[in-house]
Design a protein around this ligand. Structure first.
Ligand SMILES: Nc1nc2c(ncn2[C@@H]2O[C@H](COP(=O)(O)OP(=O)(O)O)[C@@H](O)[C@H]2O)c(=O)[nH]1
Ligand SMILES: [Mg+2]
Length: 452
């Protein structure tokens, strides 16, 4: 089978690429490509050839075309890439030439799936491709680039090799236990397993941070009406994104914005001020504010420092005091009646006095966010996981291996331990794809776009 797809974005651009992969890729392309040199000629393998795509005597576009002969291509099959002008219509016409000549429209992620099945990359590397395409910050892109170059794969493979070794010892002991064979050194086995376990747990614990890097920090700005929430958003973004007025209840819907702090991505939501209201629209806005607050990784809670706390402020404090909160005592320029130390009781080390009118306190907010989320910046060679799929499998592998250690230690019987060790081995293999079933693969590749 030969598949074809447009691999570039479907919006006007300088160039766009149509890809073909499969046994017929080169012959199909030759049916439409006309140039001085032939794509068919093995001497032109991986050379960019100038020419035209011609269909029924009509020039569709002026293009550059390149053939990659198997196995030296992205998918490992014969491939052709046609670089045409980045017109959606033009690219679709070129694609249709190939489809009408017998190519199958590629499914989501199919090129990469074939590459995976041909052993060009493992599952973590394939997943890194989609993450990299979707990365929204420099650090997210860097993180997926590391995974793309096999860092995680090698780490997991390392665990697998060592676990396999352990397994071999256990199997040998079980199979030959009735014969005169040297028994397994149980304490050495426990030591080995515990060492692997510790490393696996350490990797698992990088997830929280890795996920924040990849997905950004969901940040909710909350507080009573008129305390300066929208002003804060505008100051952070350095643009007038949200409407700021002195009329309480101005912001009604949740307003989303993106902000990059030293390469880490903040997804900020400015929300409606929380208060009791009869206004239906405002009430919906307040419910959304509550939801945003619940889901946030970070809450920026604002209070008007020029007035004493009211019941509504206390309700907000009550709701958020166990979360990760930065508390801003705003409007310091009007004179403060709120006591910073008293607020520290609720939000230790996280109370900052601000005045947006005077541009005061914003740098301190940024510093605090950085110290919380960027502290101990990642070493270049450190491996973090950020995918929930990896984290769950790793957790299962940790659990199985822990049970194995318990069984070995308690002397219950090595055959039971073997089952657990085997399970840990398989779970890790599901991360890299070695032991992943069709269902897992379908799930992973369905997240891709067509043409990738
Ligand atoms: N004096 C003073 N006024 C502020 C400060 N921050 C915001 N305001 C004003 O307070 C009003 C409400 O601000 P806004 O950002 O819309 O508050 P929100 O309802 O919490 O989103 C506006 O008139 C702002 O100009 C500040 O630090 N000092
Ligand atoms: Mg507002």
């Amino acid at each position: 089978m030969t598949i074809a797809a447009i691999s570039t974005a479907k919006s006007p651009a300088g160039i766009g690429i149509v890809r073909l992969s499969g046994e017929e890729a080169i012959s199909l392309a030759c049916g439409f490509f006309q140039g001085k040199q032939s794509l068919d000629d093995p001497a032109n393998d991986r050379k960019l050839l100038y020419g035209h795509i011609v269909s029924e005597g009509e020039v569709v576009d002026e293009v550059l075309a390149v053939a990659f002969r198997a196995p030296f291509s992205y998918t490992g099959e014969d491939m052709v890439e046609i670089q045409a002008h980045g017109s959606r219509i033009g690219l679709e016409r070129i694609l249709n030439c190939f489809i009408s000549a017998g190519a199958e429209p590629a499914k989501r992620g199919e090129f990469t799936k074939i590459a995976f099945l041909n052993g060009k990359l493992d599952l973590t590397e394939a997943e890194a491709i989609i993450d990299m395409i979707e990365a929204e910050s420099v650090s997210a892109q860097k993180q997926s680039a590391r995974q793309l170059t096999g860092h995680l794969y090698r780490k997991i493979e390392g665990f697998r090799t060592r676990i396999k070794d352990t397994l071999a010892h256990l199997v040998a002991d079980i199979d030959f236990s009735t014969e005169e064979v040297e028994p397994v050194d149980v304490s050495a086995l426990i030591t080995t397993c515990e060492a692997i376990l510790a490393e696996m747990k350490a990797l698992e614990s990088t997830f929280t941070r890795g996920k924040l890097v990849q997905e950004g920090i969901a940040t909710a700005i909350v507080g009573k009406p008129n305390v300066g929430k929208s002003s804060f958003l505008n100051k952070m973004l350095r643009e007038d994104k949200a409407i700021v007025t002195d009329i309480p209840g101005t912001t009604r819907d949740v307003l989303e914005a993106s902000y990059s702090l030293d390469g880490i991505h903040l997804r900020i939501q400015d929300t409606a001020g929380i208060r009791k209201t009869e206004d239906t629209i405002e009430q919906i806005g307040i419910e959304r504010a509550m939801a945003s607050m619940e889901e946030a990784d970070l809450i920026i809670a604002l209070f008007d420092a020029s007035r004493p706390l009211e019941e509504e402020d206390m309700e907000i404090i009550e709701r958020i005091k166990d979360k990760r909160v930065i508390c801003l005592l705003n409007k310091q320029d009007l004179g403060s009646v709120l006591n910073k130390e008293a607020m520290e009781a609720y939000f230790p080390g996280a109370v900052i006095e601000t005045s947006f009118i005077r541009d005061e306190g914003l740098a301190a907010v940024e510093d605090l966010i950085e110290s919380w989320f960027l502290s101990g910046t990642i070493e270049e060679d450190e491996i973090q996981i950020y995918s929930l799929r990896h984290k769950l499998l790793l957790a299962e592998a940790v659990e199985s291996l822990s049970k194995a250690v318990e069984d070995i230690r308690s002397g219950i019987g090595l055959d039971l331990a073997e089952v657990y060790v085997e399970d840990a081995f398989l779970k890790l293999g599901e991360i890299t794809g070695q032991t992943a079933g069709e269902e897992v693969l379908d799930h992973v590749f369905s997240k891709f776009c067509i043409g990738k």
